[in-house]
Design a protein around this ligand. Structure first.
Ligand SMILES: [Zn+2]
Length: 327
C-alpha cells in the first residue's frame, strides 16, 4: 500500500488499480456491508492496488456522525487499513457542483417541475403495455422546457436513446436501454441534495477508482453511472456486483430489517462469516493481522467460488420511485 504519491512505474498506460468501500452511515456495520467491504479490499490487495473508504452521507436525515464513527471504528478493529484520507460526501459540494455545471453547459441536464404525484398520474394515464411505463420511468414531461408558471424542483439528465453495454466481472455482458429502464434520471434532488448517482460518479473519478466492487442491489444503478461518466468524458471502471446478504425473510440485510451490528470484539469470527458468504472456507487465525494475508491469497484465483452463485441469481429490477436517493 502507499499514500498515492508514488509514481506509477508500470510500463503500460493503465492507471494504478484502486478499489473502495462506500457505506452510507445509517447505522453500524452489519454482515451485508461487511461483505462488500471485505470483497472490495481483498480484490484491491490481491491485485496490488490501493483501497479507499468513502462515507456516503448525502442524505442528512438518514445519516449520522455517530454511525460514521461506529463504522470506521469497526473497520479498524477488523484490520481494514485504508489508503489516503476518508472522503466524506457531505463536504464535497464544490466537486459535485463543478460536474453539474459541466453537464448544464453541455445541455445534458434540464429542470423538472413535476411532483412525484404528477409523475404517477401521468404514468397511470399512459399505455400500460409500454416497457418504460411499466418500469415507472419518468415520462419526459419537462424535457422540452418548463411549462409557463412552473418552477424547477429537481434536475434531470437526458438519456435520449442511449444503450449502455458493459461487462460485470461476475455476471458477464449486459446491455441496457436507459430510456426503457431508467428514463431521464435525477442528479439534483427536489430537496436540494445531490443525487446518489452524480456523487458516486464524481467521487469514483476523483479518487481514481478503477474497480467498483459492491452489492448487487446497486446493479441497476450501473448503467446510469456509466452514462454520466461518458457525458463527463471520464474513464469507466471495471464492475463486480456481489450477491447481497439476505435475511431469513429474503430481504436484503439492513438496519431497517434489524441486522445485527458487527461485533468489534470478535474480529476474526466476523471476518470469517463474511468470507464464507463469499464462498470461501473460514480461515484459522489468532487475529486480523494473521487472517488478512491468507484471505488475500484465497482471493487470488479471481472468484472461483463466487462465479456460480452470481450466475444463478436473477438481476433485481431497476424499478420504482426515482427521487435521486441511493439504490
Ligand atoms: Zn418534470
Amino acid at each position: 500500500m502507499n499514500d498515492g504519491s508514488a509514481p506509477n512505474t508500470a510500463p503500460s498506460a493503465a492507471p494504478a488499480r484502486a478499489g473502495r468501500f462506500a457505506p452510507s452511515p445509517t447505522g453500524p456495520l452489519h454482515l451485508g456491508s461487511l461483505v462488500a467491504a471485505l470483497a472490495s479490499r481483498l480484490d484491491a490487495l490481491a491485485h496490488g492496488g490501493r483501497w479507499l473508504v468513502r462515507i456516503e452521507d448525502l442524505d442528512h436525515e438518514r445519516c449520522s456522525d455517530e454511525a460514521t464513527g461506529s463504522i470506521l471504528h469497526t473497520l479498524d478493529a477488523l484490520g481494514f487499513a485504508h489508503d489516503g484520507p476518508v472522503v466524506v460526501q457531505s463536504t464535497r459540494n464544490a466537486e459535485y457542483q463543478a460536474a453539474f455545471d459541466h453537464l448544464l453547459g453541455a445541455g445534458s441536464v434540464y429542470p423538472c417541475a413535476c411532483s412525484r404525484r404528477e409523475i404517477a398520474d401521468s404514468l397511470a394515464n399512459a399505455d400500460e403495455g409500454d416497457r418504460a411505463v411499466a418500469a415507472g420511468v419518468y415520462p419526459g414531461t419537462c424535457r422540452a422546457g418548463l411549462a409557463p408558471g412552473r418552477a424547477a424542483r429537481a434536475w434531470r439528465v437526458r438519456v435520449g436513446d442511449t444503450v449502455i453495454r458493459w461487462r460485470d466481472r461476475c455476471r458477464g455482458e449486459r446491455i441496457e436501454s436507459l430510456a426503457a429502464e431508467a428514463g431521464d434520471f435525477i442528479i439534483r434532488r427536489a430537496d436540494g441534495y445531490w443525487a446518489y448517482q452524480l456523487a458516486v460518479v464524481v467521487d469514483d473519478h476523483l479518487q481514481g477508482i478503477t474497480d467498483v466492487v459492491r452489492g448487487d442491489d446497486l446493479l441497476g444503478s450501473t448503467a446510469r453511472q456509466i452514462h454520466l461518466l461518458q457525458l463527463l468524458g471520464w474513464p469507466i471502471p471495471r464492475y463486480l456486483h456481489l450477491p447481497v446478504v439476505r435475511g431469513p425473510d429474503g430481504h436484503k440485510l439492513s438496519k431497517q430489517t434489524g441486522a445485527r451490528a458487527v461485533d468489534d470484539n470478535d474480529p476474526v469470527g466476523e471476518l470469517n462469516r463474511a468470507l464464507v458468504h463469499l464462498g470461501f472456507d473460514a480461515i484459522v487465525a489468532r487475529d486480523p493481522a494473521a487472517w488478512w494475508p491468507q484471505a488475500v491469497d484465497a482471493w487470488q484465483g479471481e472468484l472461483p467460488a463466487l462465479r456460480n452463485p452470481c450466475a444463478r441469481r436473477a438481476a433485481p429490477p431497476v424499478a420504482a420511485a426515482d427521487d435521486g436517493s441511493r439504490r
